[in-house]
Design a protein around this ligand. Structure first.
Ligand code: NAD
Ligand code: ZN
Length: 246
């Protein structure tokens, strides 16, 4: 399997790497759907609930500050480093990620090569005026008052700069992801259950456009049947030898 994956990468002209929460579990950040993943513990707060209820906004911020203790301490793992090498060598043009943990940036992939479909969890934004708010400022407001944090400029609702279920996708990132996908001849989907749309539409688009589709995930995914190669294995140990990190 590893040999076949290596051959696919060697033969490709332009690779697009697409990642999900699975690439970061080896860095200690739980994914959503694995046993022990976040969804086995609590259901997500979707966008309309966040807007509707101050109590749920408080709860969303409580969860955010809790998970951030893990995310802030996390370091990129061998999977991230292997991908960074693919980008650095010029083989991979872009990393399209559903992750919000900033670990592709930490691994050395230049920001302009990263397309964050679901935003970034290292800062917050006002939903009304768009102003950026640093998390330590939001935390201070959260700690000082029983209310949910609001924007210091316009009193709008402040939310982590991530995309919740039910929230509109970021237009520019969607456009860039489509362009990158249509420009590749090998699309490498890594560590995603491929169940969240529209993100999971990109591997399908790549395949329809004639690219080779490879899926690397420890569990089966609904798109395995359309893939040219499926590798059911651990990400870091699979990618490290291919990128000659060992
Ligand atoms: P998911 O939890 O639905 O799927 C992760 C997949 O990765 C699972 O199928 C699992 O079997 C596989 N996996 C986990 N660890 C692996 C490993 N070491 N090797 C091989 N396979 C492994 O995640 P998703 O598809 O990204 O979708 C869920 C949503 O959750 C995304 O929108 C994402 O924004 C968000 N999320 C992000 C983070 C993060 O930023 N690190 C963490 C949790 C959730
Ligand atoms: Zn504002």
């Amino acid at each position: 399997m590893t040999n076949e994956l290596k051959r696919a990468i060697d033969e490709a002209y332009r690779v697009v790497v697409f990642t999900g929460a699975g690439i970061s579990t080896e860095s200690g950040i739980p994914d959503f759907r694995s046993p022990g993943g976040l969804w086995t513990k609590m259901s997500p707060i979707d966008f309309s609930d966040f807007i509707r209820s101050e109590e749920l906004r408080r709860e969303a911020w409580r969860r955010k500050f809790e998970i951030d203790k893990t995310i802030v301490a996390a370091e990129p793992n061998k999977g991230h480093m292997a991908i960074a090498k693919l980008v650095d060598s010029g083989k991979a043009s872009h990393v399209i990620t559903q992750n919000i943990d900033n670990l592709h940036q930490h691994s050395g992939v230049p920001a302009e090569r990263i397309i964050e479909l679901h935003g970034n969890g290292t800062y917050a934004k006002c939903l009304d005026c768009g102003e950026r708010h640093e998390l330590h400022e939001v935390k201070a407001i959260y700690d000082a008052s029983p209310a949910a944090p609001v924007c210091k400029s316009c009193k709008g609702i402040v939310k982590s700069a991530t995309i919740s279920f039910g929230q509109a996708m970021p237009e520019e990132e969607m456009r860039r992801a489509e362009e990158a996908t249509l420009g590749c001849d090998l699309f490498l989907a890594i560590g995603s259950s491929l169940q969240v749309y529209p993100a999971a539409g990109f591997p399908i688009l790549a395949k329809r456009n004639g690219a080779t589709l490879v899926i690397l995930n420890r569990e089966p995914t609904p798109l395995d049947e359309i893939a040219d190669l499926v590798v059911h294995d651990e990400i870091g140990p699979t990618l490290a030898p291919i990128a000659m990190l060992n």
